[in-house]
Design a binder for this molecule. Structure first.
Ligand code: PEP
Ligand code: MN
Length: 338
């Protein structure tokens, strides 16, 4: 950390700040310039808040150099993590993984149709919510255990893996036999108790960025899971809340290269929740692939006009098949396969 002292800082103030940093466990190197002194604090500690120093008398500005996370960051793990999702499907390597399916599991007929359609088009993972975090308590809340059973059956029938959202700790064990990947939804990205429990699980977790979360907060949330011992964490950009109203959320595609720079973990893009509008999903999926996404998660429904949730952002099966064709053209241009 670098602490720049005010030009007017007294020797006593500089000494106080130096003592403070040393009590925190840092070695302090002082540079005395013509006008200003700068303190470089070096050490292993990462659990500090720079504001604690910024409020000390005589301090002008504090810059953090080391990241506040260690397991998620590239510093101690420079190479990309390649994670096995199941049945030999790897995420984070050259192949871009497509996860697709309805927002919610609604019925056997709906899910089996969706599984067949997305598998035929080339998806590797079937998505579908059995427990739904709906903004209104009066809307469809999901089929629960019955939905999980349908997911497993439909996925197995079409050689797919299963991803489904876990909303609370009590669902972790219940879901274990039915899912290959636990999804942590945007609304739960800072449910730290849930994240800690998922740290004890030995199955991959796809953790979505919170609606109003910074990239650093997303990485710190992933650190919760990893610090519990589960290193199979996949991040997901799913759009953030901005002042724009044309789209449901603003898909922050720049988060993809930023995460790749800061972290070795794979990152997925969710253009469905990221835009909320069916006709914006394909362009943003293509853009995400070009920007370096390791996976895409896309809502596809056999009959979106009658979907019980997120119909407006769900692709028709034919649209999904067309999108997969486009992605197959783009992938080699950015050194990937689908
Ligand atoms: C979902 O995947 O259907 C979902 C609810 O996503 P998010 O948590 O990103 O809103
Ligand atoms: Mn949805």
């Amino acid at each position: 950390m670098i602490v720049a002292m005010l030009e007017t800082a007294s020797e006593d103030q500089i000494q106080d700040v130096t003592d403070h940093l040393m009590r925190m466990g840092f070695a302090v190197h002082r540079t005395t310039g013509a006008r200003q002194s700068v303190l470089a604090a070096v050490g292993k500690r990462i659990d500090f808040d720079i504001r604690d120093l910024e409020v000390l008398s005589g301090v002008e500005k504090v810059h953090r150099i080391s990241a506040p996370y260690k397991l998620v960051g590239r510093q101690f793990h420079p190479h990309d993590s390649v994670i096995e999702l199941g049945k030999g499907v790897m995420i984070g390597g050259p192949q871009v993984i497509v996860m697709a399916g309805p927002c919610s599991v609604e019925s056997r007929d709906q899910l089996f149709k969706a599984a067949e359609q997305v598998a035929k088009a080339g998806a590797k993972v079937l998505r579908g919510g059995a427990f739904k975090p709906r903004s209104s308590p009066y809307t469809f809340q999901g089929l629960g255990l019955e939905g999980l059973k349908l997911l497993r059956e439909a996925a197995d029938a079409h050689g797919l893996l299963v991803i489904s959202e876990v909303m609370e700790i009590s669902q972790i064990d219940l879901m274990l036999p039915y899912v290959d990947i636990y999804q942590v939804g945007a609304r739960n990205m800072q449910n730290f108790n849930l994240l800690r429990e998922l740290g004890k699980v030995r199955k991959p977790v796809l953790m979505k960025r919170g609606i109003a979360a910074t990239i650093e907060e997303m990485l710190l949330s992933a650190e919760y899971i990893m610090s519990g011992g589960n290193y199979d964490v996949v991040l997901c950009e799913r759009g953030i809340r901005t002042f724009e109203t044309y789209t449901r959320n603003t898909l922050d595609i720049s988060a993809i290269p930023i995460v790749h720079k800061l972290s070795h973990l794979p990152i997925t893009s969710d253009p469905s929740h990221g835009t909320g509008l069916r006709d914006k999903v394909s362009p943003m999926a293509c853009a995400s692939l070009a920007a370096g996404a390791d996976a895409l998660i896309i809502e596809v429904h056999p009959d979106p006009d009658h979907a019980l949730s997120d119909g407006a952002q769900s692709l028709y099966p034919e649209q999904f098949a067309e999108l997969m064709e486009k992605l197959r053209l783009i992938a080699p241009a950015v050194g990937r396969t689908i």
